[in-house]
Design a protein around this ligand. Structure first.
Ligand code: BES
Ligand code: ZN
Ligand code: ZN
Length: 516
């Protein structure tokens, strides 16, 4: 897809689909979609059809509110077939640029409209609003479009992906953009969207085709790059994990014929300021083990490596980002990988295992396996003496009950880290909601025979999961745990995501690292 910049000329745009962002402005005490001079001229050319439809459909142009105006052939503008009015919120919000995700959503809608109206040439005017930072907005729009274009059709004999003829050019009308700034925005959007789509591909892959060993292979592929762009990758296999004493990770994997792994990827820019450690839960399938899950919904447990997929994809993006978008911190990706299955050697409720730091864990529910493999990953991370540790895990169903699929739970021992992650999350449309690391509940995991039990007596499940991890977090490090069980895998289409893996966390982590 080619991006073309034009300074003016809304009325002579060679596009079948024209998208006009609508900002709500206060006029005569009423909130109305703001129609700038150029838009009014366009309306005139279409004999007032735009304003007629706005009135008829009582279109109010709030954020995410959209209206398609079909314009008939034979007018002075034979090329344009559809004008899509796309609400981006109030004038104040647009000026402050406080809602970047609104533009990502607009981009998702723009792509879906192009697909449904079979438009090869699409135009978007940024001059109908008085918003600033057109380059950031273009980036968000393109991210939305690329993400909406994602279609997992690997397992369909007849491919469902949109034909090449759709969305071939995007003409942007903007006084502020130059071809160069537009090109940079496009490159950045491509890197981000391709990282998110890599994570989605990994999550959507059927679990028998993404075993622990296959996930390692994917990690090797993603770490590859030319010359210095290659990310060093250490792979710890079962033998190496035994040597490390990773008893918790090994215990989870015992019920599967497939061996566990621990991956350590590194991104080391020339002059780095901080050292950040990202950890991602990599359970390639979670049957629950002997504490087996009910059949209904078990198929969703192929998503239990969404944290690992996000971390891998972030690492992949880090080696591609350059110039003003480069990350100037050392970043380590730690990924514990196992399959939680059942066989005659499965770990049993009542078993006690030793984590890498010689803490004993009484396993009372084999379905609380994520915290076990993360415990060893956190012990491993300790050796790296990082400034910040962030883990991403589809950890608890309780978090989905608490927050649904639009929010991830955010637990942290640092207010600064909480604020930074939430700011990035809001900008990126990946919302994080703080939940407490309530030390009052730690006693619920006291074990009669070991240092800790892997479950509490029920109750605040998401908090218990986070508190368990806290026992393995190195002291004095800023740590955040993102429970992404809700937003990692969706059962519905949204503006720029579709059924299945969402790649949740990828954009937030990249933005966090860029702003750190
Ligand atoms: N992988 C699940 C959590 C999950 C649930 C992820 C829904 C995605 C969607 C996790 O390993 C698990 O099974 N957790 C248990 C913990 C319980 C046994 C304390 C749960 O949430 O039921
Ligand atoms: Zn489980
Ligand atoms: Zn799990």
């Amino acid at each position: 897809m080619k991006v073309i910049v034009r300074k003016t000329g809304l009325s002579s745009i060679p596009a079948q689909l024209l998208v006009l962002p609508m900002v709500v402005a206060k006029e005569n005490g009423k909130f109305l979609p703001k129609c700038e001079r150029e838009l009014r001229a366009l309306d005139k050319q279409f004999s007032g059809e735009i304003t007629r439809q706005i009135k008829l459909q009582e279109y109010k142009a709030g954020a995410g509110k959209r209206l398609s105006v079909m314009v008939s052939q034979g007018t002075k503008l034979p090329v344009i077939r559809t004008i899509r009015l796309s609400g981006v919120g109030s004038e104040v919000d647009a000026k402050k640029n406080t809602q970047p995700d609104v533009w990502r959503k607009l981009g998702g809608d723009l792509y879906r409209q192009a697909k449904s109206t079979k438009a090869a040439q699409v135009a978007l005017s940024l001059e109908t609003t008085n918003i600033s930072s057109h380059d950031k907005i273009l980036q968000a729009v393109l991210e939305g479009a690329y993400l909406a274009r994602y279609d997992y059709d690997k397992y369909k004999s007849k491919k469902t992906s949109a034909p090449q003829k759709i969305f071939q050019t995007l003409t942007i009308i903007s006084q502020a953009l130059t071809p160069r700034t537009a090109q940079l925005a496009q490159k950045q959007a491509e890197i981000i969207a391709s990282a998110v789509c890599s994570a989605r591909d990994l999550v959507n892959c059927p679990p028998s085709d993404l075993s622990p060993a296959q996930l390692v292979r994917e990690a090797k592929r993603m770490a590859q790059g030319k010359g210095k762009k290659r990310l060093p990758l250490k792979v710890f296999n079962k033998k190496a994990l035994e040597r490390l004493g990773a008893g918790a990770l090994l215990a989870v994997a015992r019920g599967s014929a497939k061996d566990p792994y621990l991956l350590h990827l590194q991104f080391k820019p020339k002059r780095s300021r901080k050292r950040v450690i990202l950890i991602g839960k990599g359970i390639t399938f979670d049957s629950g083990g002997l504490s087996i899950k009910p059949g209904t919904g078990m198929e969703d447990m192929k998503c239990d490596m969404a944290g690992a997929a996000a971390v891998l994809s972030v690492m992949q993006a880090l080696r591609q980002l350059d110039g003003a978008n480069a990350v100037h911190h050392e970043v380590h990706g730690i990924i514990p990988i196992a399959e939680n299955m059942v066989n005659e050697d499965s770990v049993k409720p009542g078993d006690v295992v030793w984590a890498m730091n010689n803490k004993s864990i009484e396993i009372l529910n084999t379905d609380a396996e994520g915290r076990l493999i993360l415990a060893d990953a956190l012990c491993y991370a300790k050796k790296l003496s990082g400034d910040v540790i962030i883990d991403l895990a589809t950890l608890t169903g309780a978090c989905v009950v608490a927050l649904g699929s639009d929010y991830a739970g955010l637990f942290s021992n640092s207010e600064e880290l909480t604020n930074a992650l939430r700011k990035s999350g809001d900008e990126q449309g990946e919302r994080l909601w703080p939940l407490p690391l309530a030390s009052e509940y730690r006693g619920l995991m006291d074990s009669k025979i070991a240092n800790i039990k892997n479950i509490g007596p029920g109750g605040p499940g998401a908090i218990i999961g986070a508190l368990f991890l806290k026992d393995f977090v190195p002291e004095k490090v800023a740590w955040a745990h993102l429970d992404i069980a809700g937003p990692a895998f969706l059962k519905k289409d949204t503006d720029y995501s579709s059924f299945g893996g969402t790649g949740f966390g990828v954009r937030t982590l990249i933005s966090y690292l860029q702003n750190l």
